[in-house]
Design a protein around this ligand. Structure first.
Ligand code: IVH
Length: 692
């Protein structure tokens, strides 16, 4: 991982950074969930998620919706036929700690007052939910969860899983068995060893490997991946016994030959449940499959039906998620990365350590003061913490193990680039900067930034390729990329004719991006996509924005003096003026406009109203759902407060937002009524208020 590409560059412009992180996270989410083709390791993704969360937590005004890093399920991908589930595949609410688990226990007890309750605790398998449908004892379809209503037909691939019977004897006429397809850790390790000796790319983690295996076009490939299955639920059952308890349904499922996890236990009280959860935390790594929590379900099916469900999750179950894990490792070194505007960020180089589900070899240390406060020193044994989807963090040193004679780490005085330019820390600022505009580290980061999704969005022009192009002396700034010839790219290592042609075509295609993207792509300090959009709209072209006075720019809504003068300073530099001329000569459009954020053709049904969205709205990404609110005049902050007009709740919603909404009496809108809500601006009638 190269931290130059993924650490904040300009601490002052958080709005810009947050927008960039959102765009990148959505892209990586899609690559991971829908295309099974992650470009970055989980740890790097996690790093970005946490950075965004920190920004949004500290500046709620910048939050547009939930952090895109929070588990967004994938939409249905186009490759496999859609299957509509006879009974929707619901998601689960999460309890992030014991307190939230107790709160759920209390809700259950209130709802079933005076009744005796049996809880079933099951390992929460970190794989892929699967619904297996048997008709007259024959396996007829295997479908992924998809959005809960419609999944993907992966029957041919699932037939290769040895744990899953093709035929059942004495089965109900229709019998749906649901559970988790996973790749055993031992299989994952063996496949990776084989890949390594064959010089092939390694699989990222077992969950990802399982997802990729299920989406193979050739079932023979899936068969080689040796996937496995744990059954944990029944779906539609017709013409069979009426079960009265979950346990009895699982016994029946096991009787038909499905693997049912032997660690499933029943508990009579929430205290016993908590004990089971603590046991599971202690033993999670002793198993041959990844688990990321414990699912707790009410056993009695009549009690379940009386408790019911919200549109996204049953009230009779909860997923207790494991807390962040901590491990110790050696801090090998502290290095400094330099970003596009010269911000110098220290980061820890660690003896790789497996923590929180992935191997961590680096972690950001944020800035000079953070290193001083933590007083971590190369050679120290340090505590590293990571939750499943959160960035790895160096908590601090283990002082008892500090080598004798160690001295505090000193921030280097010079950039490690060939120019060895001086690092400067301006008075009163947290950040240290490399102030040499010719610094090759900054140059590379500027080009990488130009090509990112949030700016010019040039496919295939990622960090690695940019480094290759600058190393080969083919590109020294963003204007140079438009002169690249196919033969030049083809000569680079790892490029064939086709990929060289593709890259040059992608660059060509990006010549006509909207003006705000060009402005954003310059990477001017403080100027992010939102202000770029306002400016482009107000002035009509890139050149008009650059040539306006600071006062004219500052008069634009959402811009202000800091941004206005930062643009002025940038454009006053002869190298930047020259760059702008060369881009224009290279045919980069400067006056393309795209749609406004607030759509004046739509009625402003949510004018001035804060709508918080949690979980997934069917058919929309989080950003799209937030944009739909904004388009109608509303705002879409990331957290619930007294001022929240409504909380929109979809699959994978966070329990804490719901609890907060309950406490504050904020009305809840089910995600499947989102469009109705947008249209009317009213909370739909039968959507409940507090106490869903
Ligand atoms: S029950 C209505 N049981 O967790 C109940 N889910 O976060 C639906 N999962 O989509 C699920 N282990 O993929 C259930 N023992 C277990 C589970 C389990 C893993 C997954 C499943 C589900 C997700 C919800």
């Amino acid at each position: 991982m190269d931290l130059n590409g993924s650490t904040p560059d300009d601490g002052a412009d958080l709005a810009e950074r947050a927008a960039w992180l959102r765009a990148e996270l959505s892209r990586h989410n899609r690559l991971y969930h829908e295309l099974d083709a992650p470009e970055i390791p989980d740890a790097e993704f996690d790093l970005m998620v946490n950075e965004l969360r920190r920004i949004e937590a500290a500046h709620p005004e910048l939050a547009v919706a939930d952090s895109p890093g929070a588990s967004i399920g994938g939409a249905v991908s186009a490759t496999f036929a859609p299957v509509t589930h006879a009974v929707p595949m619901m998601s689960l609410d999460n309890a992030m700690d014991i307190e939230e688990l107790r709160a759920w226990g209390e809700r259950v007890e209130r709802a079933l007052e005076g009744e005796s309750i049996t809880f079933v605790c099951e390992p929460k398998i970190d794989g892929l939910a699967m619904s297996l449908r048997y008709v007259d004892g024959e396996l007829v379809s295997a479908a992924t969860r998809g959005d809960g209503r419609v999944g993907e037909d992966v029957t041919a691939n699932v037939r290769t899983i040895a744990d899953i019977p093709e035929q059942l004897s004495d089965a109900p006429r229709i019998f749906e068995v649901r559970g988790e397809v996973y790749m055993p850790k031992s299989v994952f390790e063996a496949l990776n060893e084989a890949a390594e000796s064959a010089g092939e790319r390694a699989l990222v983690n077992p969950r990802n490997a399982a997802a990729g295996s299920l989406r193979q076009k050739d079932p023979a490939m899936t068969a080689r991946r040796r996937l496995a299955f744990w059954a944990y639920q029944t779906g539609e059952v017709v013409g069979g016994p009426t079960f009265t308890s979950h346990r009895s349904s699982l016994d029946r499922v096991a009787g038909h030959g499905f693997p049912v996890n032997p660690r499933i236990v029943t508990c009579a009280t929430i205290d016993d449940v908590i004990e089971v959860c603590q046991e599971a935390i202690a033993h999670r790594h002793d198993l041959d499959y990844d688990i990321d929590g414990v699912v707790i379900k009410i056993d009695d099916l009549d009690q379940r039906s009386r408790m019911g469900a919200t549109s996204r999750a049953p009230r009779w179950a909860i997923a207790f998620k494991f807390p962040p894990e901590e491990r110790t490792t050696t801090l090998l070194d502290i290095q400094v990365s330099v970003g596009r505007t010269g911000r110098a960020t220290p980061y820890a180089v660690l003896e790789p350590v497996f923590v929180g589900g992935s191997t961590v070899a680096m972690a950001t240390l944020h800035n000079r003061d953070q290193v001083r406060v933590k007083d971590v020193r190369p050679g120290d044994t340090v505590i590293v913490r990571k939750a499943g989807d959160v960035i790895p963090e160096v908590v601090g040193p283990v002082l008892s193990e500090r080598p004798a004679g160690s001295t505090p780490w000193e921030f280097p005085q010079h950039c490690a680039c060939p120019l060895a330019s001086e690092f400067v820390r301006p008075e009163g600022e947290a950040d240290t900067r490399c102030v040499e505009p010719a610094c090759p580290f900054q140059r590379d980061q500027r080009i990488i930034y130009w090509a990112t999704r949030g700016a010019m969005d040039i496919e295939g022009l990622g960090e690695r390729t940019v480094m290759q192009l600058t190393d080969a002396g083919l590109v020294a700034d963003v204007a140079d990329i438009y002169r690249l010839e196919i033969a030049e790219v083809e000569a680079l290592e790892g490029f064939a004719r086709m990929s060289a042609e593709k890259l040059v075509a992608a660059i060509d295609d990006a010549r006509s991006r909207p003006a705000w993207r060009v402005l954003t792509g310059f990477g001017i300090r403080h100027l992010g996509p939102a202000a770029s959009q306002s400016l482009a709209r107000a002035f009509g072209s890139v050149r008009a924005v650059l040539e306006a006075t600071d006062e004219q720019r500052a008069a634009v809504d959402g811009v202000g003096e800091v941004i206005a003068s930062s643009i002025g300073q940038w454009f006053a530099q002869p190298t930047n003026r020259d760059l702008v001329d060369r881009l224009e000569r290279a045919g980069v459009a400067f006056d393309v406009m795209d749609g406004p954020a607030i759509d004046s053709s739509l009625p402003a049904t949510l004018d001035g109203r804060a709508v918080v969205i949690t979980g997934t709205v069917p058919g929309l990404t989080r950003d799209e759902a937030a944009a739909a609110v904004v388009a109608r005049g509303g705002t879409a902050p990331g957290s619930v407060s007294k001022k929240t007009f409504a909380l929109v709740v979809g699959d994978g919603a966070g329990a804490s937002k719901l609890t907060k909404a309950e406490q504050l009496g904020v009305p809840i809108v089910a995600a499947d009524r989102f469009s109705e809500f947008l249209e009317s601006g009213e909370v739909p009638n039968n959507a409940s208020g507090a106490g869903v």
